[in-house]
Design a binder for this molecule. Structure first.
Ligand code: NAD
Length: 357
């Protein structure tokens, strides 16, 4: 299949295939859109079975970043990168230096950051050869780990979802089933517990579950049982594609609102959720808190100043209001929320194209 006809190509501005023989680096950097600013999105290291899987993943993630940044109204475009390899076996200083040189050759068109399999230490190495890195920990403008801010955004989104779905003014006594208590999921549980929500949690790591249970009194279920839990809200905070024909049959909730990327296995699943009367929070809308935090660091670096948590909180509140508007339009037009969100993102991208013309 030719790249231009790839189902996930969607008019990407650039797709940059990188190899570096001495270090064994194989990577793809995808720049979906720079109309709103430099394409910003993390780098994922994953042992993809083949380059086709890597290409599909990077194209979908990169487009998702364009939409996420547009809906969060950030002056950033969308891009993403993947390194093909096992993050537990194949990491070397030289590999990340080679990746950094590749990012540098794009001259700021793409700004990289951490994603699955990549740590802040890896990004420190990348930063030693290129300035085009965000989410740093060791510069004066540093915004640090984005996960608590992603979780805060998801928490506000759960509030908006509970209000739109079943009229709850607060989350006291609302039952939330959380899939994955890693970086985002654990902070989300803290937020939910603090306002009296009742938690049911799962993870593949026993120690993570115990830690959250001790703090919040959450009920633990086995990973596969989370889809059968009777709850008000299901909050996926682990994997993508968990909303599919198989899991839809099992869900006993009123709404789905969580931090994981690419939750819908296919767009048709979003239509099915809507037809079932389940409110779905479009993932790239509700999980935009992390990139908002990163944008604050970039703003400080470009305009002078410091990372600004107040600006970030204001943006999170606006994102909550945007999510409520998406739900209102979804109900008014009888259109699934993910389609309303896609349309909003596309309109914002087209509007910027027109401004620039
Ligand atoms: P993480 O790796 O820290 O946490 C994921 C957790 O899910 C881990 O505890 C893992 O053990 C658990 N898990 C894996 N497979 C599971 C399964 N089958 N059943 C139950 N639990 C399982 O990652 P994270 O940073 O918390 O990110 C979680 C999700 O949120 C990802 O989809 C990520 O892309 C998305 N996201 C994260 C951020 C961020 O700021 N970290 C921002 C936007 C989106």
């Amino acid at each position: 299949m030719s790249i231009f006809e790839h189902p996930s190509y969607d008019g990407h501005e650039q797709v940059y295939f990188v190899t570096d023989e001495p270090t064994g680096l194989k990577a793809i950097i995808a720049v979906h859109s720079t109309v709103r600013g430099p394409a910003c999105g993390g780098c994922r290291m994953w042992p993809y079975a083949n380059s086709e899987d890597a290409l599909r993943d990077v194209l979908r993630l990169s487009k998702g970043m364009s939409y996420k940044n547009a809906v969060a109204d950030l002056e950033l475009g969308g891009g993403k990168s993947v390194i093909i390899g096992d993050s537990r076996k194949h990491k070397t200083k030289e590999l990340f230096e080679a990746f950094g040189r590749a990012v540098d050759r794009l001259n700021g068109t793409y700004i990289t950051a951490e994603d699955v399999g990549i740590s802040t230490d890896d990004m420190k190495i990348v930063h030693s050869v290129t300035p085009h890195v965000a989410g740093l920990t060791d510069i004066p403008e540093a915004s640090g780990d984005p996960s608590p801010i992603t979780a805060r955004g998801v928490f506000l989104g759960v509030e908006a979802t509970a209000k739109s779905s079943f009229g709850a003014d607060n989350l006291n006594g609302v039952r939330v089933a959380v899939q994955g208590v890693g970086h985002v999921g654990e902070y989300l549980c803290d937020y939910l517990h603090a306002v009296g929500a009742e938690l049911v949690i799962t993870d593949i790591h026993e120690d993570s579950l115990k830690a959250v249970q001790e703090k919040t009194g959450a009920k633990i279920v086995a990973p596969d049982e989370i889809y059968d839990v009777e709850a008000d809200i299901f909050a996926p905070c682990a994997l993508g594609a968990i909303l599919n024909d198989e899991t839809l049959k099992r869900l006993k909730v009123k709404a789905v609102a969580g931090g994981a990327n690419n939750q819908l296995a296919t767009p048709e699943i979003g239509q099915k959720l809507h037809d079932m009367g389940l409110l779905y929070a479009p993932d790239y809308v509700i999980n935009g808190g992390g990139i908002i935090n990163v944008a604050s660091e970039l703003k400080a670096r470009w305009q002078g100043g410091k990372h600004d948590p107040e600006w970030v909180e204001g943006k999170l509140q606006k994102l909550k209001a945007t999510l409520t508007e998406i739900y209102d339009r979804s109900k008014g037009d009888d259109t699934p929320p993910h389609e309303v969100a896609d349309e909003l993102a596309r309109l914002r991208l087209v509007a910027r194209h027109v401004e620039m013309a």
